[in-house]
Design a protein around this ligand. Structure first.
Ligand SMILES: C[S@@+](CC[C@H](N)C(=O)[O-])C[C@H]1O[C@@H](n2cnc3c(N)ncnc32)[C@H](O)[C@@H]1O
Length: 322
């Protein structure tokens, strides 16, 4: 008989990933998912309304304008799962359109507890709808949703805000394949993707003059100090956004302003940084509209429809599982 069950310890995982990332040979890295604690999720909400960050507004415009068209193309009787919902503000357009035809079960899947709370407050008034949030990693949450659906229900997965861009291209295809494996033929994925655009337009979205994105990035070090008893001095690091033309991505880094040694007690780690050395914290890959359909096909979906925002080139892609 099973006497004990082992539950994952989030602090242990965080410490292990910080240790692995900061002791890597060559470029030091920290996983971008750790940008989102309560402070990070709130700062992301501010970023999404900055004039330089056209991405959220483009995504929202497309959902607002085309929600009914999108929903008309879905099979009957669906449940909605959202990967990395954040506050869920722009999801309202889709949920209200779905609720016009049926009672809807909505499952936001988030690693950030505070984002899930924001989402429940933001969307709790939509009727007829029930919300059950999963504080989980994307695929773990999706597996739980898939296990709950009834035989006659289809799943609509939402992956908005171009969060797919946080994966490099091969990892993005791999991730979508894994999403596909949790779905049945005919289930749908609405995928928001930021499109390629000139660097003069792109870079300020990740390095705004008010310094909100800098604070968002630096908060990762502050979070390590808070949760893992680190001693990062935030003033010793500068936020940097750069375009990588080979990867076609914007990278966020934290640049060490001087030679320094940092201790992180709960990760059992002491790490040296040279002056000018960076810690890579996030990538945002940019796509062409045609490329998304190829990525869809490589992952076991086909591209049913695509809507493009011209003001801030961005695509909403409705993919159907083959
Ligand atoms: C770029 S934000 C986008 C939020 C929202 N979808 C939007 O479009 O504004 C990414 C969201 O995904 C969540 N997230 C990041 N990595 C995750 C993971 N591995 N599993 C679950 N949620 C994750 C973050 O907490 C964050 O709220």
């Amino acid at each position: 008989m099973l006497a004990h069950s082992i539950t994952p310890d989030p602090v242990y995982d965080f410490a292990a990933e910080v240790r692995a990332g900061l002791t890597r040979f060559g470029q030091k890295e920290l996983p971008s998912k750790y940008l989102y604690d309560a402070v990070g999720s709130s700062l992301f909400e501010v970023i999404s309304v900055l004039p330089e960050y056209g991405l959220t507004r483009a995504d929202e415009r497309l959902l607002r304008r085309h929600a009914f068209d999108i929903v008309d193309r879905l099979p009957g009787n669906i449940v909605v799962a959202e990967l990395g919902s954040g506050s869920g503000k722009k999801t309202r357009w889709i949920l209200e359109a779905v609720c016009r035809r049926q009672h809807t079960s909505y499952y936001p899947i988030e690693i950030s507890r505070s984002a899930l709370d924001m989402c429940a407050r933001e969307l709790g008034d939509i009727e007829p709808m029930s919300i059950v949030g999963f504080e989980r990693e994307y695929l773990d949450g999706l597996v739980e949703v898939a296990a709950r659906r009834a035989e006659n229900e289809h799943i609509l997965v939402l992956f908005l805000g171009s969060t797919i861009g946080n994966f490099d291209r091969p990892a993005g295809v791999d991730f979508l394949r894994r999403v596909r494996r949790t779905l049945r033929a005919g289930d749908c994925l609405l995928l928001g993707t930021d499109l390629e655009k000139p660097t003069w337009q792109l870079l300020p979205a990740y390095d705004d003059p008010l310094g909100v994105t800098a604070a968002f990035n630096l908060n990762l070090l502050a979070r390590i100090n808070r949760e893992l008893e680190g001693n990062f001095v935030l003033q010793n690091f500068a936020h940097e956004a750069r375009f990588n033309p080979t990867a076609r991505s914007v990278e966020m880094h934290l640049r060490s302003r001087k030679p320094q040694e940092v201790k992180i007690r709960r990760a059992g780690l002491s790490v040296k940084l040279r002056e000018g050395e960076t810690i890579w914290t996030e990538s945002s890959h940019k796509y062409s509209a045609g490329e998304i359909c190829q990525v869809a096909e490589q992952s076991g979906f086909h591209c049913e429809a695509q809507w493009i925002d011209e003001e801030w080139p961005f695509a909403e892609n409705l993919l159907v599982a083959d």
